[in-house]
Write a protein that binds this ligand. Sequence first.
Ligand SMILES: Cc1cc2nc3c(=O)[nH]c(=O)nc-3n(C[C@H](O)[C@H](O)[C@H](O)COP(=O)(O)O)c2cc1C
Length: 200
Amino acid sequence: MNSNLLEIERKRRSIYGLGKNLPISEDEVLDLIADIVKNAPSAYNSQTGKIAVLLNENHDDFWNIVENTLKKKMGPDRDFSRTKAKIDGFKASYGTILYFENKNKVKELQEAFSSYADKFPQYSQHSSAILQILIWLGLAEQNVGANLQHYNPIIDEEVKSKWDIPEEFELVAQMPFGEILSPAGEKEFDPIGDRIKIFK
Ligand SMILES: Cc1cc2nc3c(=O)[nH]c(=O)nc-3n(C[C@H](O)[C@H](O)[C@H](O)COP(=O)(O)O)c2cc1C
């Protein structure tokens, strides 16, 4: 089918070969991210999603935190070289987007709408996922590559202290982005009939 959205959806892949030369300006990327954050849907329009965009030494410092945390966790007896190479790959990208969810807002919703209280933490995670995919798609449309990482929760404390992030913000995901240096790998697809049933 001829669809701009579908074209962008196909273009959005997990790109691991990322570099520093963005195809659009840094300001354009930041404007794009801001517009997407503003317009993204969230449960009861709660706007629980918060974002930090790490650039320059902030980006490097973030990946140093990941590296040092993992190194400590793995200990001196395990081979760290593959993990280090992976982290160096993320560090070679242009910047990193950190996705947070505001847990205080989730609590407020639970109090205001008690019959859905047990659902709001889930809705908050859904809202974050929506934000992540919209930004991933928005970047892909501009030929900016990205991938999605989850080094939380082992890095949370240090990240919060380093960038003065409020305690109630929960780190959900990390997204390095940048110039596409190498394309995504082959992707396998389950038969579409196993995933969609049409009743008419
Ligand atoms: C909820 C979710 C969590 C993911 N976590 C990671 C992750 O921690 N590290 C990673 O490299 N990729 C992660 N991915 C990326 C998937 O591996 C990837 O989307 C999938 O293999 C399909 O490839 P594609 O993104 O190129 O279409 C995640 C994707 C989703 C949707």
